[in-house]
Ligand binder design. Sequence first.
Ligand code: BTN
Length: 234
Amino acid sequence: MSGKVHRFKEVTSTQDVSRRLLAEGTAREGEVIVADYQTAGRGRFGRVWRSPIGGLYATFICERSRLISIRTGVSLISALERFGLRARLKWPNDVVVDREKLGGVIVEEASGIALVGVGVNLDRSPLPGSTCVSAHGVKIDRDSLLQAISVELSVELGDDELLDAYRASSATIGHRVSVVRDPRTGPIVGIARWIDDRGRLLVETPDGVRPVASGECFHLRFPAVDAGRFARLS
Ligand code: BTN
């Protein structure tokens, strides 16, 4: 991604702005929208994404592709690594350091184009249980990180290579997990064994291996014996 960077001070959400600029024809694929802060930043599952000044809030306008969300997660991890911060990915795309969330990715679509929203906490942890870059003794300037992510998104990795990189950065494989796909149905509880070539999480449950294509994943602290008990109770 080496296109124009559209810079804003305040926006509702860079997702909204990118959608509008695309519709007006003033932004196109390969370009990025970045804001100093957002008044209505959004995360996955309709959650609010707190966006005070000092974080990175950007939407990359990308060609839609099967593994775009995975590609973005891997690019974020590689970009952070360039500055000496080793983060990992909680399936599907939460950027975490030591179990605490540092950043996230949301992918939306407009007229067949992917709006890839990236948020990274740089010098503030906006929520309990979240973390930020500076809490790990690292200083990263927003624009340098934006540039590094753009460069990483341009690296041409084949699907196999990409999935290997994703698995290598996974904080989820090997963990006991509870995955909520739809709040109206029970979670899938078991051990996350692998991520397949479609990016699905393969969860080993007492009833066999279940592939999960999307949902929210919680890492459980219970010992193995209790994971089954948790499944029966929930
Ligand atoms: C998540 O983990 O739930 C995804 C968070 C994505 C937040 C980013 S910040 C820039 C872009 N604009 C938004 O409103 N959301 C994304």
